[in-house]
Design a protein around this ligand. Sequence first.
Ligand SMILES: *Cc1c(COP(=O)(O)O)cnc(C)c1O
Length: 381
Amino acid sequence: MIPPQNGVGGSTSTAGLSRSERLARLPLREELRGQEPYGAPQLPVWAMLNVNETTYDVPADVVDAITKEVRHAAQTLNRYPDREFTRLREKLAEYLAHGLTAEHIWAANGSNEIMQHILQAFAGPGRSVMAFPPTYSMYPLYARGTYSRYIAGTRGEDFTQGAEDVARQIREHRPDVVILCSPNNPTGTALGLDVVEAAYDAAVEGGTMVVVDEAYGEFRQSGTPSALELLPGRERLIVSRTMSKAFALAGGRLGYLAAAEEVTDALRLVRLPYHLSAITQAAAEAALDHSEALMANVERIKTQRDRIVDTLTRYGLSPAPSDANFVFFGGLEDEKAAWQHLLDDGILIRDVGIPGHLRVTAGTEAETTAFLESLARHLGR
Ligand SMILES: *Cc1c(COP(=O)(O)O)cnc(C)c1O
């Protein structure tokens, strides 16, 4: 007897099969076969500079405030949390300012889930999502997870995006959702508002929603504006933010967005009830109460970021200008050898798969010094 290919309706005995063979026998959706899950390395090295976390410890007074709020929330964990997370939305609106109120705010478990909500509401089967690689490696995975078609746009030679070029590509492809990442991961560079405006005008013609992912918004160079400024009167524009980076709360899982009130109503249709736990809401609210203290570290990180750009330039490498908490640099003969040399010194950075290039998170002064000195040794400087 020939065993069935995928186990559907046939023998389900998997004795002696490898884990991947057992996976292959499951009645998995066709588009998921042979795919890989997201997996940036999580290695316990001295300097983890590969996923753009804040590397400073959470300040002690913020730890105390979070603990107090979580303890308070624990007393009512027998009840479902506030489904509308009203107090959290109020605090997020106050933090973003720009005339926003709680009605303009939506939040979820990381901007990962924010993006999933957006695509569930506005993309999905038979619809498409467009982004412009090299950009955040999660965008195609959000598309895959929501059964949306992913359209990869193009960038200029130096990975920058011009207003006319972006508008032309949106008009050509007419995606249902377009994602602009500003400052862009992995390149670090922010978009001028002229580019966002041109993208928006082209998008509105074709019924497209525009998402500006500002995960690194707090690290912008002074004078670089936020797309939040463009929200008034633009009901198809969504600005996405996260507490994972500037707020040093990657483990807390809190992403959020600002948009027209009716956009948040669209997202209420797809969220799972009570998606934000009472613990998550309490921790995020406590961190927001300490945003000023947390932003002090942002300034320190920006100083190290600028130092990395200056020093790598002196090394004869070509770092991209950065509005983020990381630096993308080219000019390496063998990026894999450089990456391994750094790892051997206990410093983990990111190989983003672009020949001659690597990306490093700006950490503490000590981490930055160790990175720069290790790289100098590798380059023989
Ligand atoms: C880190 C990052 C995020 C944050 O994701 P979370 O799910 O909020 O942790 C979002 N967008 C980009 C481009 C990022 O690099």
